[in-house]
Design a protein around this ligand. Structure first.
Ligand SMILES: Nc1ncnc2c1ncn2[C@@H]1O[C@H](COP(=O)(O)OP(=O)(O)OP(=O)(O)O)[C@@H](O)[C@H]1O
Ligand SMILES: [Mg+2]
Length: 298
């Protein structure tokens, strides 16, 4: 569904260039439900906005559902956004129409594309647990309920892929659990590919695969050890992710990998390292000869 290779995004402002993505690789299978984690500023939203067609990549490859997002024309991009992707943000209230009912809100994008399907709109509201509230006006619903309406809206045009940027960022734990369960359910029901950006490792524990982004690069991947494991009982915190997922460092096609800064600092590697191949291991250590030392002899 998603193939990114060497994806680069540079933001240019008047006197500054920010490299938000610096050659990111990512593959996501059709029907997969996965999460992206990473520190603030690591490039998560930048990636999601590119995948959602809201922003243009600067260089590299990015293909989604058969579309080449680097070469796509503006008119094709409109079609792409309408038919291929659904988007859920942390705070969706701004995209909802407060004086229309939940049902009317879900039907609105259908009307805009001329494909009104009331039965499906109702089905979506049922999936998000709002069957009994569908005729309420938006402003009569709580923030968490509005967020669930937003999820129903994001699915109204039957997209192939759902992108969610911190979808549980402004709701309580119970609601965020409920939202994750909704994602899981629609993922199962309609086989839609789902990519969720989150800070919350407990939520990340509820998907099959987690990709960590560091400084605009995919650095680590966590893959669930036993896909049939029920994670409902797992506690929150980083431990949860480690316990149920196996961690891998990502190595790209030309052999590059990213070593966490803390590791490098801990063993005193700065700019250059020694590498030894030992049977079934590769050992990376600080250079045997310290830089600046013995320079006259060598
Ligand atoms: N429109 C923009 N113009 C200039 N720089 C930007 C723009 N959007 C993002 N950036 C920069 O790109 C980098 C990545 O930002 P991004 O929003 O993708 O981070 P993030 O991982 O989503 O962070 P957070 O967890 O805080 O949401 C940051 O350094 C940010 O300042
Ligand atoms: Mg962000």
């Amino acid at each position: 569904m998603i193939h990114c290779e060497g994806l680069v995004k540079i933001f240019k402002t008047e006197d500054l260039e920010v490299v938000a993505l610096q050659g990111l690789n990512l593959n996501v299978q059709q029907g997969e439900m996965m999460a992206i984690i990473g520190n603030s500023g690591s490039g998560k939203s930048t990636l999601l906005n590119i995948l959602g067609g809201l922003d243009r990549p600067s260089a590299g490859q990015v293909n989604v559902g058969g579309w080449d997002l680097l070469k796509i024309r503006d008119d094709q991009l409109v079609e792409y956004k309408r038919n291929t992707v659904g988007f859920v943000w942390q705070n969706n209230a701004r995209n909802l129409l407060p004086y229309l009912s939940a049902l009317e809100n879900v039907e609105m994008p259908m009307l805009l594309t001329g494909k009104l399907d009331r039965a499906y709109a109702k089905q979506l509201l049922e999936w998000v647990g709002l069957k009994d509230r569908m005729h309420n006006k938006l402003h009569q619903l709580s923030g968490g309920e509005q967020q669930r309406v937003a999820i129903a809206i994001s699915l109204s045009n039957r997209p192939k892929m759902l992108l969610a940027d911190e979808p549980t960022g402004s709701v309580d734990t119970a609601t965020s659990d409920q939202i994750m369960n909704i994602f899981r359910q629609v993922n199962r029901e309609i086989g839609i590919t789902i990519v969720i950006v989150t800070h919350d490792l407990a939520l990340a524990g509820k998907v099959d695969r987690v990709v960590a982004i560091r400084d605009g690069l995919t650095s680590t991947e966590f893959v669930k050890r036993n896909p049939n494991l029920d994670l409902a009982s797992i506690d929150s915190g980083a431990g949860a992710l480690q316990e149920v997922h196996e961690a891998f460092v990502v190595v790209d096609r030309v052999g590059r990998l990213q070593v966490p800064k803390e590791y490098l600092e801990a063993v005193g590697i700065d700019g250059r390292a020694s590498m030894e191949f030992e049977g079934d291991k590769i050992i990376i250590t600080a250079p045997k000869t310290l830089e600046g030392e013995n320079t006259n002899e060598s």
